[in-house]
Design a protein around this ligand. Structure first.
Ligand code: FES
Length: 100
């Protein structure tokens, strides 16, 4: 399943290697704990936000198995910033702050 998401993200962004140095990278934890704590739904929230704000070609969005912070899940990482215990409202605030 993870591999499929990576492929979809790469197909959606259409980004080439040289473009990746200039864009934000969002990594959502899709480990079992975070997935059960809400990242299954938040995955779609991020996808919708990127689509609605025309950011699909400007942001790398991918999944990760586990960040080793399961007790602080749900976890999302944008570039070097980790966000813990996120919910949908908190996620939207994070995306606005990070992406505009
Ligand atoms: S499952 Fe998300 S940090 Fe472990």
């Amino acid at each position: 399943m993870i591999i499929g998401i990576f492929k979809i993200c790469n197909q959606k962004t259409g980004l080439k290697y040289q473009d990746m140095n200039h864009v934000k990278e969002i990594v959502i934890c899709l480990g079992s704990s975070c997935f059960a704590r809400g990242n299954k739904k938040l995955l779609k929230t991020v996808q919708n936000y990127l689509k609605e704000n025309h950011l699909e070609g400007k942001v790398i969005f991918k999944g990760n198995h586990c960040f080793g912070k399961c007790n602080k899940g749900s976890i999302l990482k944008i570039d070097d910033n980790f966000y813990e215990q996120i919910n949908e409202l908190k996620l939207l605030e994070i995306l606005k702050k990070e992406l505009g």
